[in-house]
Design a protein around this ligand. Structure first.
Ligand code: GTP
Ligand code: SPV
Ligand code: MN
Length: 592
């Protein structure tokens, strides 16, 4: 499909290594994709769902050992260990290439080598970038066809350029002991072996659009961030854009597609979705920060998604969607997951394909769940009822506010504003959140996750902080204002205090009002916190004292927090920018 010499050379080398029976170029045509779907159904790799209720939808089950990203097997193989930094696993690139080639060698025997040319970002957008993924999995091809822009036109845009990311995925025999997700930032190369799940194998997503792209952004003066992008439309019809970074499974998809409470809808407020997971941001000609969503679909968390919590996400999954590791309702050949509705299916298979006994369902015991807690839907962005008209444009949207957030049962207030860009970078660098099922390992453990990028930063995180500070200097007074939110404060019984979801709009309105100098705030040691009367509680069953409680900044809790941030900062040694050290000292002084 191309005579780009760099592409042809790499593909020949890969082919010689993996020894496929057959080679297939993915041209992006519907006929070819439909043929692959047929093949996947025939082999059992996918199950066709009810064509009336869920047209064009399929269910896929991964192996039980392969249900989430594997952070302990993810490597940044830069030439020096220092460039990977203290927060990444590192291995010498030559050593890792040798190890991976030994695993990949001959692994496509009896299989087909699919070549997927794809664009991250609207094809031809000045912010977009191109990748080629080679895979032996039809599931990967079909997911990439939803999550990215694929096919022949990508190669036309690439021409004879060498500016593209090489991605090799080998499913092998999905052996967790030989699973590696490796990035070679200096070589624009990703190699992933022995997995067939989501972020491990859809190489355009976390591997390219965050790990490789964050490195490229550092070198080229832009930013690749783990952020949703939304447009908030006010009653005058003006749209202001917000980018928000929350760790995995902490609410990006939900916030990006939010439906405002009725009283705000009636006034004319509305949210438009530009992206739900990743933002690429560049300084535009007018000096402001512009963001695009490099993806073309949503790889969203299924559990908890329902018509009340996230109507727009659920609507997005009603056609041409691939479900992974949810339950199969045998009565009508549709899907089900915990939190979809209260009707537990009485005749269903669980995510492993075993008969599911609804009577044994116990909320406290995840082993009784029908769907895996990290089960997902892959849905085309254009299915989303509130997709922004800017989504496909490629120039990007101007960002007014950057929001950080995470799951903190205590400590962080509902919302606060940083005092400056530097202070905002400090807040992002010190972010912490409870771990979720999106990555293998323990769930619910508080860990520092700077800018929600801990698992995704492709270079030394100390340099990454410096890059953030430098971007702020370039943006000057045009820089977005930086905020922090926490929807997850709990009471003594462990219940969430803030209603969350659509009601988060009340907080977004305060954020935009602050950007426009329209709302007041109280200065505290950690930043500007709304006065309780500044958060509109109309129609909400919450009293002002409860609100005061989740807006409070408890100095004793924060002194402990500051001590923990100091510990966290030690990892970065000399790479920690002095500005951030100063910010921490200022916080400590204010708390005393
Ligand atoms: P990734 O796709 O892993 O990056 O996740 P994400 O950040 O997009 O998270 P998502 O929106 O899928 O939400 C993850 C989980 O958090 C779901 O179970 C949601 O129901 C829950 N959640 C999202 N927003 C809120 C909120 O405002 N309050 C509460 N209590 N839960 C929320
Ligand atoms: C995340 O874990 O942040 C995700 C899902 O968005 S995955 O694509 O698996 O990384
Ligand atoms: Mn994510």
């Amino acid at each position: 499909m191309t005579d780009n010499k760099t592409v042809v050379k790499w593909l020949n080398e890969v082919k010689e290594l993996v020894c496929p029976d057959k080679v297939v170029w993915i041209d992006g045509s519907e006929e070819q994709l439909e043929e692959l779907r047929r093949e996947a159904v025939q082999s059992g790799e996918m199950i066709k769902l009810n064509e009336e209720k869920l047209p064009g939808c399929y269910l896929h089950r991964t192996l039980p050992n392969d249900v989430a990203r594997v952070e302990d097997r993810t490597f940044i193989c830069s030439r020096t260990k220092e460039n990977a930094g203290p927060t990444n696993n590192w291995c010498d690139p030559q050593e890792m290439y040798t190890k991976l080639y030994n695993i990949a060698r001959g692994s496509y025997k009896g299989r087909t080598m699919y070549i997927i040319p794809y664009s991250m970002g609207p094809i031809g957008s000045p912010i977009a970038k191109i990748g080629i993924e080679v895979t032996d999995s039809i599931y990967v091809v079909l997911n990439m066809a939803i999550m990215t822009r694929i096919g022949e036109k990508v190669l036309e845009v690439l021409g004879d350029s060498n500016d593209w990311v090489r991605g090799l995925h080998c499913k092998c025999n999905v052996d967790p002991e030989n699973r590696y997700i490796c990035h070679f930032p200096e070589d624009n190369t990703i190699i992933s072996v022995n997995s067939a799940y989501g972020g491990n194998v859809l190489l355009g997503k976390k591997c390219f659009a965050l790990r490789i792209a964050s490195y490229q952004g550092w070198k080229e003066g832009w930013m690749a961030e783990h952020m949703l992008i939304l447009g908030l439309q006010n009653p005058k019809g003006e749209v202001k854009y917000i980018a928000a970074a929350f760790p995995s499974a902490c609410g990006k998809t939900n916030l990006a597609m939010l439906i405002p409470p009725e009283y705000l809808r009636k006034k004319g407020y509305k949210i438009w979705t530009v992206g739900d997971d990743i933002a690429w941001m560049k300084i535009g000609a007018d000096g402001r920060l512009y963001a695009i969503n490099p993806e073309n679909g949503f790889f969203g968390v299924a559990p908890g998604t329902n018509s009340h919590s996230n109507f727009n996400a659920l609507e997005s999954t009603k056609k041409n969607t691939i479900f992974t590791n949810v339950a199969l309702n045998l009565d009508d050949n549709t899907v089900w997951w915990e939190g979809l509705n209260k009707d537990l299916p009485q005749n269903a298979l669980d995510w492993k394909g075993n008969p599911w006994d609804a009577s044994k369902f116990d909320k406290a015991d995840k082993s009784t769940y029908a769907a895996h807690p990290n089960s997902r839907f892959t849905a085309p962005a254009k299915n989303c009822p509130c997709i922004s008209e800017e989504f496909d444009k490629g120039e990007g949207v101007p960002i007014s506010a950057i929001v950080f957030g995470g799951r903190r049962a205590k400590c962080a207030p509902l919302v606060y504003q940083s005092k400056s860009w530097e202070n905002g970078v400090f807040i992002g660098s010190a972010m912490a959140s409870e771990t979720t099922a999106a990555a293998a390992g323990a769930v619910g453990v508080v860990r520092r996750d700077p800018m929600a990028m801990l698992p995704f930063c492709g270079y030394n995180m100390g340099d990454y902080f410096r890059h953030w500070l430098d971007m702020g200097k370039k943006l000057g007074d045009k820089a977005p204002k930086i905020f922090n939110v926490n929807w997850f404060r709990t009471d003594d019984d462990g219940n969430f205090i803030w209603p969350g979801f659509g009601d988060n709009m009340r907080v977004l309105n305060w954020i935009i009002d602050r950007c426009e100098g329209k709302a007041d705030a109280k200065e505290t040691a950690i930043g500007y916190v709304p006065r309780p009367e500044d958060i509109d509680l109309t129609d909400l069953d919450m009293d002002i004292d409860t609100l005061k409680g989740i807006l409070a900044v408890d100095k004793d809790v924060w002194k402990k927090e500051a001590a923990e941030i100091e510990e966290h900062y030690k990892k970065f040694g000399d790479k920690l920018p002095q500005e951030l050290r100063d910010q921490l000292n200022e916080l400590k002084a204010k708390l005393n």
